[in-house]
Design a protein around this ligand. Structure first.
Ligand code: AHR
Length: 516
């Protein structure tokens, strides 16, 4: 009996010591009196491509479908997306954009040509979702349109006519064709991309050649009437700084924005990226470490841009980013369908905090992709729909949309694994038009809680509340059988102390705090 008692006591002492060791101490100083830059809501943008089940089934089901829809667009999906306030939607690709001929996607649907989507899965593209359907989707979501034009295999005339078709109010051939197809008033097209990944699937061009192409195509992207197009040039693949350097020199202010594409692969190897759900801590660590590289990429591209654009008039548009894993077993490899776990919530939280921190230069970002493809918000299976952990992060970060970024200093412990280290915490903060301060935090460490003391200079909030997204397993994810395995809960481990706050962040969590 004695022996058992001693053993139990020893066990309890050891457990208490272990618990004590797994809480780290960290501090954050927020300068509420130094806000200068707006966090563009467009940082929270989305991307939808004719790829796998993103458009067809994910969004478009045809007007006569038994799945409830409005003019062919799924009601459940629109309703869910409205809650995350999608500000801008990029379409029709991606690689698909440089193979897309917009005239195939207008007019009576039963007369539109069917083609093969050679880039993605070799499936039949019936063109039933075209310009009118996309604009209807934007309208239903209440978001701006970001159209990506075809430079790779399309003509200058084709691009010029598309812009005229969409945005001209004149009595002109393309505007009249639009009217004939049922849309009297021109639409607003706020953002227009001149090609996609022109260094790769968009034509394998050199930056010098693409710069000339941009100058030529862009000349014919006209501003009709009240529509002023924000012109986005194809930017670099990750760390290709020469691309940015060349475009800043050769294109300069002819572009309003330049894109950047960066995907997070657990392994860093395109031939074997890693599974979305079957992984151990080493892959968790590697994925989050690679997500943090976004910070270096933005800093270095921005430094190059600063040389000729110190006033930061040209936006850096990260119009493709996110986690990219091996496809789910048994699915079409060309459909890029992957599950989305708590790890993806951390990838999203870390990356969105980085974008907020660089909001003086980053004017838009579009996670790839909105539904059923790569790091998506929503997964569908015929009439069923679930939202992912990444969706919830977007919901928790909504208060940052168009809020004023508040500079802050974070002092945090490292998360160490196998001799490698990354900062264990990530944070960003903003103040909205009502004076409420929002702080979003990630604890990357899957085994240690983090206790955080936050001092706020220039404000003294009286109340703190929040939400936390976490789960017991690193790979926890929502399924059609268990759609609520990962969802936010009220965050109670926060309290106001001396006009700042203290909080305890659970291991592997994303937290959003509101201070009033
Ligand atoms: O998002 C999937 C693909 O990734 C896009 O079509 C392309 O632009 C990128 O390579």
């Amino acid at each position: 009996m004695k022996k058992i008692t001693l053993t139990l006591a020893t066990f309890l002492l050891t457990a208490a010591a272990a618990i004590a060791q797994t809480v780290t101490t960290n501090s954050l100083v927020i300068h509420a009196d130094q806000g200068k830059f707006t966090i563009s809501k467009n940082i929270y943008g989305q991307f939808s491509e004719h790829l796998g089940h993103c458009i067809y089934e994910g969004i478009w089901v045809e007007p006569d479908s038994p799945i409830p829809n409005t003019r062919g667009i799924r009601n459940d999906v629109v309703e869910a997306l409205k809650k995350i306030k999608v500000p801008v939607l990029r379409w029709p690709g991606g690689c698909f954009a440089d193979e897309y001929h917009w005239k195939d996607g207008i007019g009576p649907r039963d007369k539109r040509p069917s083609l093969i989507n050679t880039h993605w899965g070799g499936v039949v593209e019936n063109n039933h979702f075209g310009t009118h359907e996309f604009m209807d989707l934007c309208d239903q979501l209440g978001c701006d349109a970001y159209i990506c034009g075809n430079v790779g295999s399309g003509s200058v005339q084709e691009m010029m006519e598309w812009v005229e078709y969409m945005t001209s109010a004149a009595d002109s051939p393309m505007a009249n064709l639009r009217r004939q197809n049922g849309q009297n008033d021109p639409w607003k097209v706020k953002f227009f991309g001149v090609g996609n990944e022109s260094w790769g699937c968009g034509g394998n061009m050199t930056p010098e050649f693409y710069s000339d192409q941009f100058r030529r195509y862009n000349t014919f992207v006209k501003n009709y009437d009240a529509n002023s197009v924000y012109r986005i040039a194809c930017g670099a693949n990750g760390a290709d700084y020469h691309w940015t350097e060349t475009l800043m020199q050769d294109v300069g202010r002819r572009m309003n924005g330049i894109s950047l594409h960066y995907y997070t692969l657990p392994s860093g190897d395109w031939s074997k990226k890693g599974s979305a759900t079957q992984f151990e801590e080493n892959e968790w660590f590697a994925t989050l470490r690679r997500s943090e590289e976004m910070d270096t990429l933005i800093q270095r591209h921005s430094e190059i841009m600063d040389k000729t654009d110190p006033q930061k008039r040209i936006g850096l548009m990260v119009d493709e980013w996110g986690a990219w894993y091996d496809v789910e077993p048994g699915t079409n490899p060309g459909f890029l369908y992957q599950q989305n776990s708590l790890r993806d919530a951390l990838v999203a939280g870390i990356t969105l905090n980085i974008f907020n921190q660089h909001c003086d230069r980053v004017k838009m970002a579009n996670i790839a992709q909105m539904i059923n493809v790569l790091q998506s918000m929503i997964l569908t299976d015929k009439e069923k729909m679930i939202v992912t952990p990444t969706y919830y992060v977007y919901q928790m970060f909504v208060p940052h949309h168009d809020a004023t970024f508040l500079p802050a200093e974070l002092n945090c412990e490292d998360y160490e694994l196998n001799g490698q280290k990354i900062p264990a915490l990530s944070a960003s903060s903003s103040v909205d038009s009502t004076g409420a301060i929002h702080v979003t935090l990630c604890n990357l460490n899957p085994t240690s809680s983090a206790s955080l003391t936050c001092t706020i200079q220039g404000a003294s909030p009286k109340t703190a509340s929040g939400q936390v997204l976490t789960a017991s397993a690193m790979n926890a994810h929502n399924t059609f059988q268990d759609p609520n395995a990962v969802r936010p809960e009220p965050f109670t481990a926060v309290k106001i102390v001396n006009g700042g706050f203290t909080a305890t962040l659970s291991p592997k969590s994303v937290v959003a705090i509101e201070l009033k």
